[in-house]
Design a protein around this ligand. Structure first.
Ligand SMILES: [Zn+2]
Length: 448
């Protein structure tokens, strides 16, 4: 590949803007966004009138805290009262060019969104910040292991590649085997997938005797859609012989709001010129201090069709200052990206268990192919947590030793809580392409 002298940033001016200038820019954008929502979205008008706040009260950056939160619940209620989209659209639906929906992580009703041409151009622009930051350039060939369905997923990344000038290799309806064959044959240099699916492709390649690190030309794995724990990232980097760059977005935003640059600071930069990200204590709703774990609350300046102002994401994050990364970007960092969901935390006999923490321990053992966590209530009183483990083909003989080790490590990481472990047969545990659901809490069903 010819070496070009490409600039380091997608938007050099905004990505390196000093904090004070950044806050001024955000304040102006916030005022504009609130003003627009107030006049065009009856949903927002009701919310603000109830809270006794008018656009005129947003004078400085900190005034954002005067605004009430927008939640998934009040969004859903608004959609239910006025199908299909509620009364929060600021433009006539006929102006939309795309419809997407998400099942999300909780609730039965899908969340429905519409976007205009301008919105989609912004969506692609946000992904460009992330792709360029991850070191992707026009000469790259980008393979999308993505279904191209109604789930928004990597749609924006596809348009970002067209904007940057990369060669796009879509693989909507292909099998894992077909995808592997094509990405090797076409010398793809970038692969986009969920971390779980990137792992699955790597495992399937290994099972067929393919060494991706040698036989494929992939130099970057762009992972999105799920939290990526450190141990999984290491596994992926070894498997693929590529640098892993994490990012995260939401259907509610339509695009990504954070991305990991190729300096790999161990976290993701916030695109602060297009978003205001706050981190709050999910219970008290008060802001937490820098470096403390909390729920991210997002305000987006991009989507014109649906204003998103102080939206409770339910994502757990830990914010650290931008200068922990030496790339020069002034967007602060979420250490470890998205750490999980506020609602993911499970309480087992008084001990808090996060699926992500369990995954970290499991993934330290590359001989494990897949796993699942089951929570049950025995005789209606005693909660039990069981981790089912599926070994790689031929690895069953290592099970007794591994079982002892995992039991000890899991207990040590969880205040001595006893985890049950069981060995699953080859191919018994579910495999995931996106939004892996490796935890099943069966306690509620037991109560019914
Ligand atoms: Zn950086």
């Amino acid at each position: 590949m010819a070496e070009h002298d490409w600039p380091a940033y997608w938007n050099a001016k905004h990505e390196t803007l000093p904090k004070e200038a950044l806050r001024r820019l955000q304040t102006i954008k916030l005022q504009r966004t609130v003003e627009r929502a107030w006049h065009l979205s009856p949903f927002h008008r009701r919310l603000y009138e109830k809270a006794g706040v008018t656009p005129g009260k947003i004078k400085g950056f900190d005034d954002i805290r005067r605004l009430p939160f927008m939640t998934r619940e009040n969004w859903m209620a608004c959609q239910a009262a006025q199908p299909m989209f509620g009364d929060m659209l600021t433009r006539d639906p006929s102006e939309a060019i795309r419809y997407h929906l998400t099942s999300g992580t909780s609730g039965r009703q899908p969340l429905r969104v519409l976007d205009s041409r301008k919105d989609w151009s912004w969506v692609a622009e946000m992904w460009c910040y992330g792709f360029w930051g991850a070191g992707i350039r026009p000469e790259d060939r980008v393979f999308f292991a993505f279904s191209y369905g109604s789930f928004i997923g990597f749609w924006g990344a596809h348009y970002c590649c067209e904007k940057i000038g990369c060669l796009v290799l879509p693989s909507g309806n292909m099998t894992t085997e077909g995808r592997l064959k094509q990405l090797i044959e076409m010398r793809a240099t970038v692969v986009c997938a969920t971390p779980t699916y990137a792992l699955r492709m790597g495992q399937e390649a290994a099972n067929s005797g393919i060494d991706l690190a040698k036989e494929a030309a992939v130099r970057r794995l762009i992972v999105s859609g799920e939290p990526t724990v450190q141990a999984t990232r290491k596994l992926l980097e070894n498997m693929w012989g590529a640098k892993v760059c994490d990012n995260a977005g939401m259907t509610e935003i339509g695009s990504i709001m954070i991305f990991e640059c190729d300096h790999q600071p161990g976290g993701t930069h916030i695109i602060e010129d297009h978003f205001i990200e706050e981190v709050i204590d999910p219970d008290t709703q008060e802001p937490v201090t820098m470096g403390e774990r909390g729920e991210r609350v997002v305000t987006s300046f991009g989507r014109g069709f649906i204003p998103l102002i102080r939206y409770r994401s339910r994502d757990l994050v830990k914010r650290i200052p931008h200068d922990r990364c030496d790339c020069g970007r002034t967007g602060d960092i979420y250490a470890g990206g998205i750490l999980g969901r506020v609602d993911d935390m499970k309480c087992i006999r008084g001990t808090n268990v996060y699926p992500r923490a369990v995954e970290t321990i499991i993934r330290e053992h590359p001989q494990i192919e897949e796993f699942q966590i089951l929570i049950t209530r025995e005789q209606g009183i005693r909660d039990e947590i069981t981790v089912q483990i599926e070994m790689k083909a031929g690895g069953e003989s290592e099970w007794p030793g591994l079982e002892t080790r995992l039991c000890k490590d899991l207990a040590e990481a969880h205040e001595g809580l006893r985890f049950n472990l069981s060995l699953a047969n080859q191919g018994d545990l579910p495999r995931f392409e996106l939004k892996a659901k490796r935890l099943q809490d069966l306690r509620q069903q037991d109560n019914q």
